[in-house]
Design a protein around this ligand. Structure first.
Ligand code: 6GU
Length: 308
């Protein structure tokens, strides 16, 4: 590890060394728990919870439903580390801060990383409650000069021009479907698709939703892609499961205010359509309902990963 890194890796790793029993210090699997999905920690054995504020370089997550700690423990007998709560660009965190925990995980020896999140569906054949196994992404910020990896390399060993055609490990994705079969989940519990990353914090307008759908995205969310990019730059295998918590509202017709005014002036009855809106509460509620399935899948996938 370079000692001239601008990031406080040395201090973070020393803090972890001081706080963890040796058995838990070198996890081979990393997990990032999304909105309402931190319950995974209940499956950890011999768990040690370390709040982010004890770790140099870590920020604090400010989103309701997100905790702010690392959990170390054995998951299905495998040493693992989980982020309970992640950092988002919309909270105002700079990208190097958002991905710092991923780079720390890589330095602890993590080789495989499983990332979960919540998303809105853009695809009518992917209903609320589906767990989408992400096979590709559409990163709007990356196409508009806001790639999370912009800036100096943190070491000369990191790739400058990172290929992303194989970002989502086929081998790990395969394990999710095997896990689902072993757990006897219904076939429609899982789907495969493309995750569009937007910065948030606003949800999409109808026009933006249609745009993303036409561009080939199946779901949209405000997280994960920065972590995926950093994990790939660190040489980790990545798997992402996205829990669909709501539909993105994409009406293809607009209510005509002009028609309404004209009808009103002509003394005709008018019927006002209800406008649907997305709420963070809705997102958290579906998270609570499906958290258990997500938890079981993650645990089973970890058990299925072949460790050398
Ligand atoms: Cl509808 N949009 C975005 N950007 N993120 C979401 C979402 C929608 N639902 C959950 N997360």
């Amino acid at each position: 590890m370079p000692t001239d890194s601008p990031l406080p890796f040395v201090q973070t790793l020393e803090a972890l060394d001081a706080l963890l029993p040796s058995k838990l210090r070198n996890p081979s699997v990393g997990i990032v728990c999304g909105s309402g999905l931190s319950g995974l920690v209940e499956s950890f054995k011999e768990v040690e919870i370390i709040p982010y504020d004890k770790l140099p370089g870590f920020a604090k997550s400010t989103v309701p439903g997100h905790k702010s700690a690392l959990a170390f423990g054995l998951l299905g007998g495998v040493p693992a580390v989980a982020m309970l709560g992640r950092f988002h660009a919309y909270e105002g965190h700079p990208f190097p801060t958002i991905v710092y925990p991923i780079r720390v995980m890589a330095r602890l020896g993590v080789k495989n990383i499983i990332i979960t999140n919540a998303s809105g569906s853009l695809n009518p054949s992917i209903p609320v409650g589906t767990i989408l196994v992400v096979h590709d992404h559409l990163a709007l910020p990356n196409l508009t000069g806001m790639n999370p990896l912009l800036g100096p390399l943190i070491s000369p060993n990191h790739p400058r021009f990172l290929p992303l055609s194989d970002a989502y490990s086929p081998a790990l994705r395969r394990l999710v479907f095997l896990a689902s079969h072993q757990l006897a989940l219904p076939r429609d519990a899982l789907a495969e698709g493309t995750y569009a990353w937007v910065s948030g914090p606003t949800y999409e307008t109808p026009a933006e939703g249609r745009f993303l759908r036409k561009a080939g995205a199946d779901v949209v969310g405000m997280s994960t892609v920065p972590e995926v990019l950093a994990a790939r730059q660190e040489g980790l295998n990545v798997m992402v499961m996205s829990l669909v918590t709501n539909f993105v509202v994409i009406p293809d017709t607009y209510r005509s205010i002009r028609d309404e005014v004209e009808a009103e002036l002509a003394g005709k009855a008018i019927e006002l359509p209800q406008v649907e809106v997305v709420s963070h509460e809705e997102v958290l509620a579906v998270g609570r309902e499906k958290a258990d399935v997500m938890k079981k899948l993650v645990e089973r996938v970890v058990e299925l990963i072949p460790f050398e």
